[in-house]
Write a protein that binds this ligand. Structure first.
Ligand SMILES: NC(=O)c1ccc[n+]([C@@H]2O[C@H](COP(=O)([O-])OP(=O)(O)OC[C@H]3O[C@@H](n4cnc5c(N)ncnc54)[C@H](OP(=O)(O)O)[C@@H]3O)[C@@H](O)[C@H]2O)c1
Length: 326
């Protein structure tokens, strides 16, 4: 038996209900882990709202760190006692869970569990965004929306370390200051300034090479207007609501633009790619390139409060849930 936070019907943060669940013993290719820290993400909100539908009831959460307590037959990736982390496997809001062992990566000794839980989903997202969706390097100028968010703070530090000039957007003066301290050369408060006009000004009228947009409805179609001809629109989320449908010809009219709508799951499904990406992520944490900011730690039972704060734009950095309390 384990304490878990489940969703029985789509709804607001109050839909997160503390329950006691059975945890199955690990079967073939599975491991049983005891969570020590659990990351909170916007995907958890989309699933709770029903935007990304799942069969009810389900245990929320997609990112966690913990210790392997048992393994099933055929498990090769981890051993009992290993400290491990994973992402993109719903069911994290629980004291214990079973999970496919191929999703687990070992946490280096130098990385504490709460940092691993804070970073494994957001940091692997940052990894594919800056290194694989559109490999960044010197000479690139990018616009990264929500730069003071959990994913934003990691991605902007990483992008800047690759030589890119990073322009960020953020929703308050405090968030602007934070983003400036985490890799951004310029930060636009998009609640008070026209981010399209300001980006054009900052790039001497040229526009940016890549725009990374997880805000969605509120920043569309402005994000297309900040791109140079043949630039790339990376639409990777919708914190403010879905990007409205549009005709492909719009990309032509805005300058023969490229667009991708990536999903982390497709960048870490292959075990080799997951291991390479995790090694790169733990590498940039170890050498100080990326500093991970935990905005707040809350008890597991306060998952609803964590969702409320995330949706209210109150957080800057990762939110971590701790089984057994703060
Ligand atoms: N596709 C993928 O593979 C993938 C993987 C991970 C995350 N994501 C996406 O990346 C985004 C960031 O995720 P995160 O967990 O790191 O969250 P986060 O960035 O820490 O939080 C979201 C931020 O978005 C900004 N925002 C703008 N309009 C908003 C609105 N109407 N409601 C709420 N927030 C708004 C807020 O920053 P300001 O106050 O500064 O505007 C807020 O702090 C999400 O859209 C998520 O879905 C996608």
């Amino acid at each position: 038996m384990a304490q878990a936070v489940r969703i029985h019907a789509a709804g607001g943060p109050e839909a997160l209900v503390v329950d006691t669940i059975d945890v199955p013993a690990p079967g073939e290719g599975e491991a049983l882990i005891r969570h020590t820290a659990i990351g909170v993400n916007f995907i958890d909100v989309y699933q709770r709202q029903g935007l990304y539908p799942l069969p009810f009831p389900f245990v929320g959460g997609n990112e966690g760190a913990g210790v392997v307590e048992a393994i099933g037959p055929g498990v090769t990736e981890v051993n009992v006692g290993d400290r491990v982390a994973y992402c993109m496997a719903v069911g994290a809001y629980a004291e214990r869970r079973t999970i496919a062992s191929r999703r687990l990566v070992r946490i280096p000794e130098t990385v504490p569990d709460d940092i691993a839980a804070a970073v494994i989903l957001k940091g692997l997202t940052a990894e594919y965004l800056v290194r694989r969706t559109r490999p960044l390097g010197p000479g690139d100028t990018i616009l990264f929306h929500a730069a003071a968010g959990a994913t934003g703070l990691i991605a902007t530090q990483w992008a800047s370390s690759l030589g890119a000039t990073v322009i960020g957007t953020a929703g308050s003066p405090e968030k602007v200051a934070l983003a400036l301290a985490h890799g951004c050369a310029h930060v636009i408060n998009y609640r008070t300034e026209d981010f399209v006009a300001r980006t054009k000004e900052l790039t001497g009228g040229r526009g940016v090479d890549v725009v990374y947009d997880s805000v969605g409805a509120d920043t569309f179609p402005g994000s297309l207007d900040v791109l140079r001809p043949r630039g790339m629109f990376v639409s990777f989320g919708q914190s403010s609501g879905l990007v409205p449908p549009f005709a492909p010809r719009l990309l032509s009219l805005k300058g023969s633009l490229f667009m991708t709508r990536p999903n982390l799951a497709n960048y870490v499904a292959d075990r080799g790619e997951l291991e390479d990406a995790a090694a790169a992520l733990f590498g940039v944490i170890a050498d100080g390139t990326v500093r991970v900011r935990i905005d707040r730690r809350l008890p597991l039972a306060s998952a609803g409060e964590a969702h409320r704060a995330l949706e209210a734009r109150e957080t800057s950095g990762s939110v971590v849930l701790l089984p057994g309390g703060e």
